[in-house]
Design a protein around this ligand. Structure first.
Ligand code: PLP
Length: 389
């Protein structure tokens, strides 16, 4: 298997020869018959034997194999959502006295969680939002660096390859959240990251109907630690959600390509709209991130999320949110339905005013996650909402 769609469709490798079934079933069972021993894995033993679905489940394994194929990673583990993947990773790999460096414009809940770690003697510092400023903060005291390939909500593209080189010099572990780019655009483990993670809730599952997270890792020892913590915390994905994600992954490439094409068209349309002040999308010719995206990404598409500032401030923003008909006002991204988010009341709500100013997030900013509706309908919907009132 070389192509990414082939990997996404067949990566789970399931085949029941007796019945001739090649669709991976939902193994809706908690227990597996296990006559030989009591069932508690030895320390450090991933316990691949199927015993209990908080540890292992065949449908979950199918999802993990598919993700590992896509990422070209030796190991992947699936979690009940993106945050449970991140928190299980923190629990399994950090200890008192460690310092974690987080990108300034990363997902707000990731930042909140890292700050909570101070209760356990783990220090969180922030760096960025641009690559150079982030790299400046990485030194030998930094145990872990957590960054996103494309930032939220302003879609800055970070030069992860350079960040990875710096982490190698300082011995810091680089964790890359590639939720916005998917393994179609960028595969962190191939470029020097320690861990690659995704909220599968977004593009990988892709239908706004299931939660999940995946963590891919190179080292078998680190996998053992992570697996063991997932077992203790109980943060494994359910078989049903794993099934939905496997089903979604089969169409990932077709969806992501179409969403990216529409997003570029809408970004260009909004760039010349009289009610718009500024558009943020790395695929735009004038974007300061186009060059780094073209150098890093495995193909010339730029994802399905864009953001823009409207003339008229918060009142106008609220009006637009109420007036779109096809596009729904809702958080999240990456699904088949187009969603409009107001970052000030969502991803940026917990940020300080000072940080918002530094990043350029203000009351006129809106984020659009482009779905799979017809581009002309989305354009007409936005145009009507922007022009009314
Ligand atoms: C970049 C990024 N990482 C992680 C998460 C958390 O994922 P989940 O909602 O599946 O827990 C989100 C959620 O929006 C996100 O945007």
């Amino acid at each position: 298997m070389t192509g990414k769609s082939t990997r996404a469709i067949h990566g789970h490798g399931y085949y029941d020869k007796t019945l001739g079934v090649f669709k991976l079933p939902i193994y809706q069972t908690v227990v597996f018959e296990h006559p030989e021993e009591g069932g508690v894995p030895r320390k450090g033993d991933r316990g691949f034997d199927l015993k209990y679905s908080r540890e292992e489940n065949p449908t979950v394994r199918g999802l993990e194999r598919t993700i590992a194929e896509l990422e070209e990673a030796p190991y992947s583990l699936a979690f009940s959502n993106g945050m449970s993947g991140i928190s299980t990773l923190y629990l399994s790999s950090l200890q008192s006295g460690d310092t974690v460096l987080i990108g300034k414009e990363s997902y707000g809940v990731t930042q909140e969680l890292a700050l909570d770690l101070s209760r356990f003697g783990i220090k969180t510092i922030f760096g960025g939002p641009e690559t150079d400023a982030l790299i400046e903060r990485i030194d030998r005291n930094v145990r872990m660096v957590v960054v996103e390939t494309m930032t939220n909500p302003l879609l800055r593209v970070l030069d992860i390859n350079r960040i990875a080189r710096r982490c190698k010099e300082t011995g810091s572990r680089l964790v890359v959240d590639g939720t916005f780019t998917t393994p179609l655009l960028y595969r962190p483990l191939k470029n020097g990251a320690w861990v690659s993670l995704h909220s599968t809730t977004k593009y990988l599952s892709g239908h706004n109907d299931s939660l999940g997270g995946v963590v891919s890792i190179n080292s078998e020892d680190d996998l053992q630690e992570l697996w063991s913590m997932r077992r203790k915390v109980g943060s494994i994905i359910t078989p049903f959600e794993a099934f939905l994600c496997i089903r979604g992954l089969a169409t990932l490439e077709a969806r992501f390509e179409a969403q990216s094409r529409t997003a570029l068209k809408l970004a260009n349309f909004l760039s010349s709209h009289p009610r718009i002040k500024e558009v943020f999308y790395p695929g735009l010719k004038g974007s300061p991130y186009r060059k780094v995206a073209d150098r890093l990404f495995e193909r010339r598409i730029y994802g399905g999320v864009l953001s823009f500032k409207v003339k008229g401030g918060q009142k106008k923003v609220m009006d637009v949110m109420k007036k779109t008909k096809v596009i729904k006002p809702a958080p999240s991204l990456g699904g088949v339905e187009s969603l409009l988010t107001y970052p000030l009341l969502g991803p940026a709500m917990t940020m300080s005013e000072k940080l918002r100013q530094e990043l350029g997030i203000d009351e006129s900013l809106m984020r659009l996650s482009v779905g799979l509706e017809d581009e002309k309908d989305l354009e007409a919907d936005l145009d009507a909402a922007l022009r009314s009132s």
